[in-house]
Design a protein around this ligand. Structure first.
Ligand code: F6P
Length: 322
């Protein structure tokens, strides 16, 4: 293996830079060259590239975002776009390719592996944690810490005013950011896309709320069945006209910031094992860390959206929030 390509693709996530650094440093230690392409598959199609050296990845482990920039490329999903990307890969004489991204990026990576003949490995990069085959995707730990910090701040003002705060978090179709940050922030309830009836349960639960504690934090995942926190806020204001309710949508703040220690380590391990995977002639797989051990999962299984909400965690949240 002499030369590999690298992109970050899809939504950015804190820890992507730590992963880029690990890939470049591991590859260079083995005398493998690394070509980075800017803005994901878009930059690959346009041959917008940079040779990455050990020093070009200095001082990036602590930075959020991605130095390679990122994009969601519609062109790559066309046969012409795919062919153009393959032509660029051939022009650079790449023997392997690494994609840091989420499920859309891995569907693209699977196409690339199938049609280009070179080995393609994925590193799970998304704040949503919605990929099968890794305990934590790159970006998830930082995002849940950001949300927890936000909840703590909202709790201060909520408590001072005896208010209810309905807080919307990201996660696309997954409620995993909602669940963990709700436990960490001591939230009173969650509404998530994985199940129906959360609103009814919340209305029922209010009957048993302790009178001594008037402030409450309700975490709403962006794609729960009623359409998110703004809608839930409207419903609750009607149902509970005597209560003082505010809505906060955390939005893209969850995607930024310096990665946590755990994030940096996880991303570094994943990046290291991604290079090792290519050297072992692996292809069409995502690298993950499960129970502290490296695991390789075929792209088609990684993107199945079958990451389960642990029912025990939901039960624990219910008990602790009473
Ligand atoms: O997949 C990461 C994510 O942040 C989701 O949680 C969210 O639904 C989506 O991306 C937002 O995408 P965009 O940055 O394109 O608005």
């Amino acid at each position: 293996m002499k030369k590999i390509g690298l992109i970050t693709s899809g939504g950015d996530a804190p820890g992507m830079n730590a992963c880029i650094r690990a890939i470049v440093r591991t590859a260079r230690a083995e005398d493998i060259e690394v070509v980075g392409f800017y803005r994901g598959y878009e930059g690959l199609i346009n041959n917008d590239s940079v040779m990455l050296t050990k020093s070009s990845v200095s001082n990036i482990i602590q930075r959020g975002g991605t130095i390679l920039k990122t994009a969601r490329s519609a062109r790559f999903q066309t046969p012409e776009g795919l062919q153009q990307a393959i032509a660029v890969i051939q022009q650079h004489q790449l023997d392997g390719f690494i994609v840091i991204g989420g499920d859309g990026s891995f569907r693209g990576a699977a196409e690339l592996a199938k049609n280009s003949g070179i080995k393609v490995i994925g590193c799970p990069g998304t704040i949503d944690n919605d990929l099968v085959g890794t305990d934590f995707t790159i970006g998830y730990d930082t995002a849940i810490n950001t949300v927890t910090e936000a909840i703590d701040k909202l709790r201060d003002t909520a408590e001072s005013h005896d208010r209810i705060f309905v807080v919307e978090v990201m996660g696309r179709d997954a409620g995993l950011i909602a669940l963990r940050s709700a436990i960490a922030g001591g939230a009173e309830a969650i509404l998530i896309p994985e199940r129906t009836g959360d609103l009814e349960r919340l209305l029922e639960k209010k009957k048993n709320w302790r009178k001594s504690k008037k402030s409450k934090i309700i975490i709403v995942a962006e794609r729960e069945e009623h359409g998110g926190a703004v809608e839930i806020g409207k419903i609750l204001k009607k149902e509970w006209p005597d209560l003082d309710i505010r809505v906060t949508v955390l939005g893209h703040i969850q995607r930024g910031g310096s990665p946590t220690c755990m994030e940096r380590v996880n991303a570094s391990l994943i990046g290291y094992y991604a290079v090792k995977a290519l050297q072992q002639n692996r292809t069409n797989e995502m690298v993950g860390i499960v129970n502290k051990m490296v695991r390789y999962t075929p792209f088609q299984d990684a993107v199945k959206h079958l990451v389960e909400m642990n029912p025990e965690m939901i039960k624990i949240l219910e008990v602790l929030s009473m």
